[in-house]
Design a binder for this molecule. Sequence first.
Ligand code: TYM
Length: 336
Amino acid sequence: MTAFKQRVFSGVQPSGNLTLGNYLGAIRNWVSLQDSHETIFCVVDLHAITTWQEPDTLRDATREVAAGMIASGIDPKKSIIFNQSQVSAHAELAWIFNCVARMGWLNRMTQFKEKAGKHKERASVGLYVYPDLMAADILAYQATHVPVGADQKQHLELTRDIAQKFNSDYGVDFFPEVEPLIFGEATRVMSLRDGTAKMSKSDPSENSRINLTDDRDLIAKKIRKARTDSEPLPASLDDLEDRAEAKNLINIFAALSDQKADKVCAEYEGKGFADFKRDLAELSVEVLGPITEEMSRLMSEKTYLDGILREGAENADKLASPILKQVHDIVGFLRP
Ligand code: TYM
């Protein structure tokens, strides 16, 4: 087996506002990897258009995601930050992977089923092959580690299957076995209105999520309005198995305060939600307030953001181009 250089890659779609879920499940964890690893973070605009995006909104959302990453602590001097469509290797490798992945594999993808819903026949073909593009994002850099929220686990398993089949079909040891990094106390942040549904940028209810564009008052208001139950809090997280909303808020508290969820439970044991929500609102504002403010400041510096994305894309391209050339040779594409 080839020893691959450790390299981290991850991405976020510019298809709506960044949420607390994106922050706690992914971006925050990326920040912690910057000092120990080579890190590449991508605004995946090619993925975003698998569902309809207004062109002007997409441009703004792309800058907004970049601003959100930087405001959260991703440092453009330490990490490569860029938008996917600027580096053609992603789309080119995705095509090759469309020919490696099997229909049966894609038919199993739960995210496609959820997103396409009852209207599968009307979903874009792009939405169906979305996971192949995701595999291309990662493998165009021969990245070894991918920090994501729990909802992306199945896609990363598919990435491993594609890498393995490519290696075995062509008799090479070219793509690494990608390792998902799913860590922290909030790997799956749930909706504030329904503890059984994922917090998502596409939920029609604004009160279901905290956006990184919300100001301090709105953040506090959404936490105060979050759905809960009438029971007092128990001593440990295990006792919250049937109380999805309560469990979610405890996990959010734990992640925001860098503590174990059990410790948070123990601290609030026997108390009702009034006290707990007041403290959670305060904590959320304290942690997220500076990020949302910095993000909105950065949004007024379009030239700066565009410069970061341009330079990031140049650096990303330098890494991906030679890898793609080797793929062409392996596959048998003639380069006379
Ligand atoms: P996206 O844009 O839906 O979400 C970006 C990241 O945020 C995480 N996340 C959450 N984590 C916890 N709780 C939540 N409620 C929550 N909502 C979102 C996601 O797990 C993800 O890590 N397909 C990816 C983007 C992508 C990608 C990649 C990721 C494209 N190419 C290559 C990794 C590597 C997506 O749609 O993420």
